[in-house]
Design a protein around this ligand. Structure first.
Ligand code: ZN
Length: 470
């Protein structure tokens, strides 16, 4: 058996669902055919719902927090990964190459475990050598960099075609046990024009055509019966009507701020690290080499949290108290505490119900915590807040944006008419389309990796956050 994992970067569940309904009129005919033979599930990605970071779940079976990847941008308080001033990481641009090494080395990726592999365009690619990947060669990198910095979204859609064509030829010729193909055009088109725009529809049609051609080639090569094709996404998208520059806000509150692209602020007090751009980590008291926990910071920094919560752009603020407890605050829905100990989760009110759960939970499993929130505006938020908050690399204050908002005013080569990164349903819910029926119930993108191990006949891995759906 072999597995092809196609990442339709930035695809929303409802978009794929609507385009693949049975009948002649399906707007995504190749995907609709797969769905008719297999199944389509809504699953949750991980918080923060951003590219690269949110690839860790399906490639390693673990959440971003325990994987050591708290965001697309983060501040390395411990100075262990960023050894020089200003100790700030951004996986956009040249530092993308550090993603593989920042990822917890004690847990292997699917690329490392599979007997043979192919990686096209996944930023996370640990375990692939030259000849087994596309996207790190000079030609593709130069093309991607040019397309990125020129803001030419049509260029990304053309790049998808190229990536799909090269990958299809490679798969048929070399027959890798595991192939990951990431198509990025839909994400770029959605950022630029919105996920329902003609440009996004064009990118989606391109994905459908690529899947059709891949399938036809695999069938011609007599490999289809032994091939599983799973299509997944790393995050959803939702329209942004206004930007609220968090770095500027913190600066206006009287603090010296370290934020991209202005990194060389001497004596900075707060690092503002935005991802996606609908979430952010704020790190305070940067001279501390270990996270202090909110209780030690409360007296001095509570006014900043109140300033954040007064903004329409801020939906939820999370304050890690220690390695197991997190306070969740909102402006209008009150506060609650989330506790995670040994895979058991509790949610108890302080003065409200910020997640809109309608009840408290005590010592439930990750699956029960999932089921409690699956239909809500914040699917899987209890487990997702806990996993991110537990990371020593996360901020002292974690912020999730309200629908319609993001946290960066400018500095993006592609216009951001749409965002992701937050805990909100529109950004957390993603599709998982399988070309055959499966026995279990896929819930999270972390379930993909253990299922892939099962499919490839490989031994299970330890300490995973996902479960096999096969
Ligand atoms: Zn993405």
């Amino acid at each position: 058996m072999s597995l092809i994992l196609l990442v339709a970067d930035g695809a929303r569940f409802d978009t794929i669902d609507a385009g693949t309904r049975a009948g002649q009129s399906a707007s995504l005919p190749s995907l609709a055919r797969l769905r008719a033979e297999g199944a389509l599930y809504p699953v949750t990605t991980a918080f923060p719902s951003v590219t690269g970071v949110a690839y860790a779940p399906f490639l390693t079976g673990r959440f971003p927090g325990p994987s050591g990847l708290p965001g697309l941008r983060w501040y390395d308080r411990a100075h262990t990964r960023c050894r020089r001033f200003p100790y700030a990481r951004s996986y956009l641009g040249a530092e993308m190459r550090h993603l593989d090494e920042d990822l917890d080395p004690s847990h292997p990726t699917l690329f490392e475990l599979a007997p043979s592999r192919w990686n096209a365009m996944s930023m996370l690619g640990r375990g692939t050598a030259r000849g087994e990947r596309l996207g790190r060669d000079v030609r593709t990198l130069a093309r991607a960099a040019y397309t990125h910095w020129s803001g030419d979204v049509g260029g990304w859609i053309k790049l998808d075609e190229y990536v799909a064509r090269v990958s299809t030829a490679h798969i048929v010729e070399h027959r890798p046990a595991f192939a990951c193909i990431a198509l990025l055009g839909l994400d770029k088109a959605s950022h630029s024009e919105g996920h329902e725009s003609p440009l996004a529809r064009r990118a989606l049609a391109g994905i459908d055509a690529a899947v059709g051609q891949l399938r036809a080639a695999v069938e011609r090569a007599g490999m289809w019966d032994d091939t599983h094709l799973w299509i997944v996404s790393d995050h959803g998208h939702s329209l942004v009507h206004a930007h609220d520059d968090l770095a500027a806000l913190v600066r206006e509150s009287g603090h010296r701020v370290l934020a991209h692209p202005w990194l060389f602020t001497r004596g900075a007090e707060v690092a503002v690290m935005v991802s996606g751009n609908a979430m952010a980590h704020l790190y305070v008291e940067l001279e501390r080499r270990e996270r202090a926990g909110w209780i030690a910071l409360r007296e001095r920094w509570d006014p900043l949290v109140r300033t954040l919560l007064a903004r329409d752009s801020v939906d939820m603020v999370m304050l890690p108290l220690d390695d197991t407890r997190t306070e969740v605050r909102t402006r209008d829905r009150g506060s609650a505490t989330i506790v995670a100990v040994n895979g058991r989760y509790s949610y108890s009110t302080i003065d409200g119900d910020p997640l809109g759960l309608g009840l408290e939970l005590a010592n439930v499993t990750a699956t029960d915590a999932y089921e409690a929130l699956v239909g809500s505006a914040y699917p899987d938020a209890i487990v997702q807040i806990a996993q991110l908050s537990s990371s020593a690399r996360s901020g002292d204050i974690i912020v999730s944006a309200a629908p319609g908002w993001d946290f960066r005013e400018k500095w993006e080569p592609v216009k951001h008419a749409s965002a992701h990164g937050s805990l909100h349903r529109d950004q957390m819910l993603v599709p998982l389309l399988t070309n055959r029926t499966v026995r279990g119930i896929p819930r999270r993108t972390t379930d993909v990796m253990p299922s892939a191990l099962h499919l490839l006949g490989l031994p299970g891995a330890r300490d995973l956050d996902g479960e096999s759906f096969l």
